[in-house]
Design a protein around this ligand. Structure first.
Ligand code: NAG
Length: 354
C-alpha cells in the first residue's frame, strides 16, 4: 500500500472514534440545572473537579474548586451568563486585579459588575473522545475586548479560585500560576458532593472566650488616642487589636500572595469578634481577623506589607458592623480587623492610634 494511503486510513480511523458534534450549536440559554466541571488534562490537581460557591460578604459567592465552598447543582445559563437562582447572583469579572499576571477575579454577585459572557459549544470529552460534552467557551465580559480565558489558581486549604486571563497576555505568576481550564456543563446529579472544610453554618469550635467589653459606636475625634468605638477591645479575651489591615487589592502597589491571613477561613451570619478569636485560637492560630461583617480569617503570620497603620484615620476602613453584633466592627471591604493572641501571663495591650 502507498504510505499516503496508510496515513489516510489511520486518519479516518481516528475520526470515527471521535464523538458526534451536532450541526446546530447549543442555545446560549440553558434552563436545565447544571454543575460546572473544570478540565485541564495536563494538570491533575484541577482536572475534572467541580466548581463550588463560597458565601462571601453582601450575599456574593466566591468561586472555588477543591475542598472550599458549597457544591451547587442548580446553575443555569441565561443569554450566556452563568446564574445561580436561589441567591439571584450571576458570574461577573472584576476586583483583586493582580499586577503579577494581570488576572482578575471571577465571582458571583447580584450587583451590576461586568458579567462574564460564555458561548456553549459542543466538543469531545478529552477523557473519553467518544463522548460529546457542552463546554462554556469564554467570549468576553461587558465593555471589554473579546478573548481571554478562565483560569484557576491556588487559594487556600488546597482550593483553587477562578480568575480571568486577558487576551494577548503572556504573564505567568511563577508562585501562583493561573491554570487555564475548560468549563464543562454537567447534569446537576453528577460529580462528588465535596463540601467545605469549614462549612458556613458550622459554629465555632468553642465560645469559651468572654464577650467583648467595648461596644461604643462613637466616632473618634482627631485628638483621641485610642478610640474605643472603632474596634472591639478583646484584651479581656487574650487578644490585642493591631489595626485595620489591608487585603491584596488594598495594598498599593498590590503585593503577593493574596490573603493576609490565609490559613483558615470561616463565614457566619452571626459573626462577632469574640467568636472569631475563639475559632482561631481553638484552631491553633496566633492571628485572627474579621472582615466584611461575617468572615473570620486565621494564620500564624502575615506579610510585612500587610502591617496596618496606627493612625486613627486608618481605622475608618474597618467600618462594617459584625453580622452577629451590630455594636462592633468586623473589618471592611477587603480590610481586616486584625488581632493577635497575647502571650500567656504577658502584657495584653491594644495598639495606640493617634
Ligand atoms: C492547561 O494549563 C496550562 C497552563 O495554564 C495551559 O498552558 C494549557 O493550555 C492548558 N491546557 C488546556 C487543555 O487547557
Amino acid at each position: 500500500m502507498h504510505p499516503k494511503a496508510v496515513l489516510f486510513l489511520a486518519g479516518a480511523a481516528l475520526v470515527s472514534a471521535q464523538c458526534t458534534i451536532p450541526e446546530t450549536p447549543p442555545s446560549d440559554t440553558i434552563s436545565a440545572p447544571f454543575r460546572l466541571q473544570v478540565q485541564n488534562a495536563s494538570r491533575p490537581e484541577v482536572h475534572d473537579k467541580y466548581m463550588n460557591l463560597f458565601l462571601a460578604g453582601g450575599g456574593d459567592r466566591h468561586l472555588f474548586i477543591g475542598p472550599v465552598g458549597d457544591p451547587t447543582f442548580d446553575l443555569t445559563l441565561v443569554d450566556g451568563v452563568i446564574n445561580w437562582g436561589p441567591a439571584g447572583v450571576r458570574a461577573v469579572i472584576g476586583g483583586e486585579f493582580s499586577e503579577v499576571d494581570h488576572t482578575t477575579k471571577m465571582f458571583m454577585t447580584g450587583r451590576g459588575d461586568p458579567r462574564a459572557i460564555f458561548e456553549p459549544t459542543y466538543a469531545c470529552n478529552p477523557d473519553d473522545p467518544t463522548e460529546t460534552q457542552v463546554e462554556l467557551r469564554f467570549v468576553t465580559w461587558q465593555n471589554q475586548p473579546a478573548g481571554g480565558w478562565i483560569c484557576v489558581r491556588h487559594a487556600f486549604d488546597g482550593s483553587h479560585e477562578f480568575r480571568y486571563y486577558p487576551p494577548g497576555n503572556e504573564l505567568i505568576d511563577v508562585n501562583r500560576e493561573c491554570i487555564k481550564v475548560t468549563l464543562v456543563v454537567r447534569p446537576s446529579g453528577s460529580g462528588p458532593f465535596t463540601s467545605t472544610v469549614i462549612p458556613s453554618s458550622t459554629p465555632p469550635a468553642s465560645t469559651s472566650l468572654s464577650s467583648i467589653s467595648t461596644t461604643s459606636t462613637t466616632a473618634p475625634t482627631a485628638t483621641s488616642t485610642n478610640p474605643p468605638g472603632l474596634f472591639a477591645d478583646m484584651t479581656s479575651s487574650g487578644f490585642r487589636f493591631i489595626g485595620c489591615a489591608p487585603e491584596e487589592r488594598r495594598v498599593v502597589p498590590p503585593d503577593f500572595p493574596g490573603r493576609t491571613l490565609p490559613s483558615v477561613v470561616w463565614g457566619d451570619d452571626a459573626m462577632t469578634n469574640a467568636k472569631c478569636m475563639a475559632f482561631c485560637s481553638n484552631a491553633g492560630y496566633t492571628y485572627a481577623g474579621t472582615e466584611w461583617s461575617r468572615e473570620c480569617w486565621c494564620a500564624n503570620s502575615y506579610a510585612a506589607t500587610r502591617q496596618p497603620a496606627t493612625t486613627v484615620a486608618s481605622l475608618a476602613n474597618c467600618n462594617f458592623r459584625c453580622s452577629g453584633a451590630t455594636g462592633e466592627f468586623c473589618g471592611g471591604d477587603a480590610w481586616l480587623s486584625l488581632y493577635e493572641k497575647c502571650p500567656v501571663g504577658g502584657p495584653c495591650e491594644n495598639n495606640v492610634f493617634s
